[in-house]
Design a protein around this ligand. Structure first.
Ligand code: FE2
Length: 426
């Protein structure tokens, strides 16, 4: 007797007529065998040929600043640097309860959107570490339904901001998971390289993953990712290090990139692009033509790197929009990278699901026997359609339990003597 039997589902890999059996919070069986539709289960749900996907995963977010838009003022220039300055104005005004409440609200949005795992950077530049305390509290509160992984992020620079390295190590001791960095924001290229070496050595000593904001710039000479790959290789951190943003790669010389990408692949770096933020923050010093700024997503995928898309910001000093909808992120990534082929659209869906799960190192992720029974039923027939429609999350399951649901999007038309019901797939 299963706890849950979900029948007649489509999977992102194209299989249809699939039954998924759940027992004790785990997926027990996934099969197209018609006999399985009649298995005994406490609860049976007909997916009605809709798309069943593993949950969305956001590999890059800032939960300490989310939903603070307009506090204490809005970003007038729209630049990354004004955003950092604005966040610096807000930091002394932060209160722990406000941080917790904003983060909890965002987690509600995330769950409603089928987003059940988030890697959030948390700024450790403030010696009070208020945001660290707040997000550790949030991490514990949401644990039953959302995996929140935290990165110790020295927003004001590891070497540029006094005490940052000590604060970062304190944050790790308090329970933060991952080592962060921001080499392009240090005073010099040399300091940037030094910060990468210090942080990778710390991660190697403590057996931790690394995720650095790296080369978030239009400057083609911002080449810290090369150092990140080299230090990853030197310290044996292969597959445990992520380069986030890498927007300077958009503007780099093609010959240099032809040497760089194999170095990144050798180090098995993960790459996170943040399409909504990259397309709005980069190219701000350009007149025309204006660069898009997003890193070379299809080329990096072709070179064998694991590339994922992140949300990065929602209603904060850097971005005034966003809603925790990873299909919106995939939609923008697809457009900016011109990944309009069938394969490209599938890759964009992977970038907010399986690829992002690899960045976080999630265990038991996927729709396969032995995986956690975490999945989302979408009002769509394929991954491409899910992106096209930013499809409604009909049902969101955690450990086989329904934790969120949304009614299907339909319209009832009455015109010219004709009544019709239109769903958004027509
Ligand atoms: Fe970021």
């Amino acid at each position: 007797m299963f706890d849950l039997l979900l029948v007649n589902a489509r999977l992102p890999d194209g299989r249809c007529g699939v039954s998924v059996c759940v027992k004790d919070g785990l997926i027990h069986e996934v099969s197209t065998d018609p006999a399985l539709r009649h298995a005994a289960a406490a609860e049976i749900i007909d997916a009605q040929d809709q798309l069943l996907t593993p949950p969305f995963v956001d590999p890059h977010f800032h939960m300490d600043s989310t939903l603070s838009y307009g506090q204490p003022r809005v970003n007038q220039s729209g630049t990354l640097l004004e955003g950092i300055a604005l966040w610096g104005e807000l930091k002394p005004l932060l209160k722990q309860q406000d941080l917790i409440e904003r983060a909890m609200t965002y987690c509600d949005w995330a769950v409603a959107n089928g987003l059940l795992a988030i890697r959030s950077h948390v700024d450790v530049s403030d010696p009070r570490l208020l945001a660290v305390e707040a997000l550790l509290e949030v991490q514990a509160r949401v644990k039953p339904y959302l995996d929140l992984q935290l990165v110790a992020f020295p927003q004001d620079g590891l070497l540029r901001s006094s005490g940052a390295f000590v604060n970062l190590k304190r944050a790790l001791d308090m329970g933060v998971d991952v080592v962060g960095g921001i080499p392009h924001f240090e005073r010099t290229m040399v300091d940037g390289s030094t910060s990468i070496r210090m942080l990778c050595e710390l991660a190697a000593e403590q057996g931790r993953m690394v995720d650095m904001h790296c080369d978030e710039s239009d400057d083609p000479n911002s080449r810290h990712v090369e150092v990140l790959a080299e230090q990853t290789h030197r310290l044996g951190l292969h597959g445990r290090v992520t380069g986030s943003h890498l927007t300077s790669m958009h503007s780099m010389d093609n010959y240099y990139v032809s040497k760089l990408m194999p170095l990144m692949a050798e180090a098995r770096l993960h790459v996170v692009a943040n399409p909504l933020i990259n397309i709005t923050l980069q190219g701000r010093h350009d007149t025309y033509p204006k660069r898009r700024g997003m890193t070379r997503v299809p080329e990096l995928m072709h070179a064998g790197l694991n590339v994922a898309f992140g949300q990065d910001c929602v209603m904060d000093p850097w971005y005034s929009l966003g809603s925790g909808d990873m299909l919106e992120v995939a939609h923008m990534g697809l457009h900016v990278a011109q990944m309009t082929s069938q394969v490209g659209m599938q890759q964009c869906f992977d970038a907010v699901t399986v690829n992002a799960a690899k960045v976080l190192g999630l265990d038991g992720y996927g729709i396969a026997p032995g995986c956690r029974a975490d999945f989302v039923l979408l009002q769509a027939g394929s991954a491409a359609e899910a992106i096209r429609l930013r499809a409604t999350r009909l049902m969101v399951f955690k450990a086989g339990r329904l934790i969120a649901s949304t009614v299907p999007r339909t319209a009832h038309l009455s015109m010219a003597g004709r009544d019709a019901r239109v769903d958004w797939r027509v």
